[in-house]
Design a protein around this ligand. Structure first.
Ligand code: APR
Ligand code: PHB
Length: 390
């Protein structure tokens, strides 16, 4: 078997890369460890920057997000029992974000890939990259009980945080990491969102809360919880009650509750691996970096990595220049670190930390007050939220 670009991982990064390369006339094969249904079963964030929406159009899969995505012109911050809108549209001179679930985006990409007849080998096990420091990289893997080899020109490691690509080069990377001392308990429910046109981020003495949505009939809510908590500790009743206690009374009154259709606890982490290129092996998306979900940057960062990678590979195959490839890591990391900074900052601002005690608490209160009363501070939040320029 042979292809131009062998992609490891059929998450949003791998699928989007495959589609962009296909549009540029570059053939590619995706090897995915799990089944397609499994990949679609993972619930992740769902706020898209305009750059990401534009990229979906470029990849030929923008029609559904255009039709079903919900445009947000504002976000809201709750603290000290009151809610404050931040009008991201006005503050950024017309930029907005779009609420559209990662599951739906993944489905759109999978459907487009199948329609174009592009190869994805699901349940490809024991994938291993070889020879990427030379000119003839290969992947070995087991599929359908048979050991196989895929020869290629380049390998794209789009295999998420726990994938094999970064592991393969672990002696050659520098890792930067911050672990946060709490998790997010997330609930998905088929109830109308309490705030259909703005995500609500809450800082309360009981901890962080977030009111988000997947559609006008499906909501996604989160509360900060101790890392030791188990999902079984949280009945639906307990969750709804806790959420209502963390937002302002008017909003609490309007929350429609209902049975959860998914409930999970996720740890929060900031992580960057440098560099993102090793000869003919590239890391993209969660394989190279993780942000805490506060600010919803994970998927958008994966999308911009892929934009840079698709353009670098197109330059290589079509314009016959390796300049894009040589600049890939540096270009990505510049944007990655800005999103890391923003996600870390928003996480620190909105959560309760046991060890901040009185001082840290007062600084948070002062910063929130400054944020909603200073146009300069609100603008800094808004322009990061909608995504910094490429
Ligand atoms: N071999 C083959 N496939 C693998 C391997 C492996 N050894 N290891 C992991 N994978 C697959 C996973 O099963 C998964 O489907 O790689 C895929 C990685 O997908 P994601 O974890 O979704 O990562 P990515 O595509 O970078 O998506 C970016 O944005 O919102 C954030 O974290 C969120 O997933 C999201 C991310
Ligand atoms: C979500 O909808 O899941 C979501 C939205 C905004 C965030 C994080 C998650 O900052």
């Amino acid at each position: 078997m042979r292809t131009q670009v062998a992609i490891i991982g059929a998450g949003p990064a791998g699928l989007l890369l495959g589609q962009l390369l296909h549009k540029a006339g570059i053939d590619n094969i995706i090897l995915e460890r799990h089944t397609g249904e499994y990949v679609l079963g993972r619930i992740r964030a769902g706020i898209l920057e305009q750059v990401t929406v534009d990229l979906l159009h470029e990849a030929g899969v923008g029609h559904r997000v255009e039709r079903e995505g919900i445009v947000h012109h504002a976000i809201e911050l709750v603290f000290a029992g009151s809610r404050h809108p931040i009008d991201i549209d006005t503050l950024t001179g017309g930029k907005v974000v779009t609420a559209y679930g990662q599951t739906e985006l993944t489905r759109d990409l999978m459907d487009a890939r199948a329609a174009a007849g592009l190869a994805t080998l699901y349940e490809a096990l024991d994938v291993r990259p070889h020879g990427f420091d030379g000119d003839r990289p290969t992947l070995t893997f087991t599929h359908g009980g048979r050991t196989q080899e895929l020869a290629c020109d380049f390998i794209a490691g789009c295999d998420g945080f726990h994938g094999v690509s970064r592991q393969t080069v672990k002696d050659r990377i520098t890792e930067f990491e911050r672990i946060y001392p709490f998790g997010w308990l997330g609930v998905l429910a088929d109830v109308p969102p309490v705030s259909p046109h703005a995500i609500v981020y809450g800082n309360s003495e009981r901890g962080f809360s977030l009111c988000s949505m997947r559609s006008l009939a499906r909501s996604r809510y989160y509360v900060q919880c101790p890392l030791e908590d188990k999902v079984e500790d949280w009945s639906d009743e307990r969750f709804w009650e806790e959420l209502k206690r963390r937002v302002d009374p008017e909003l609490a009154e309007r929350i429609t509750t209902g049975p959860s259709i998914e409930k999970s606890i996720a740890p929060l982490r900031s992580f960057v691996a440098e560099p993102m290129r090793f000869g003919r092996l590239f890391l993209a998306g969660d394989a190279a970096h993780i942000v805490p979900p506060t600010g919803a940057k994970g998927l958008n960062l994966a999308a911009t990595d892929v934009k840079y990678l698709a353009s670098a590979l197109t330059d290589y195959f079509v314009a016959k220049t390796s300049e894009g490839i040589d600049r890939y890591s540096q270009r990505c990391l510049k944007r990655v670190w800005k999103a890391e900074r923003f996600s870390w900052w928003l996480t620190n601002l909105m959560h309760r930390f046991d060890d901040t005690q009185g001082f840290g608490q007062r600084v948070q209160e002062a910063e929130l007050d400054y944020l909603v009363n200073s146009r300069a501070a609100s603008t800094a939040l808004a322009e990061n939220y909608v995504g910094l320029p490429l």
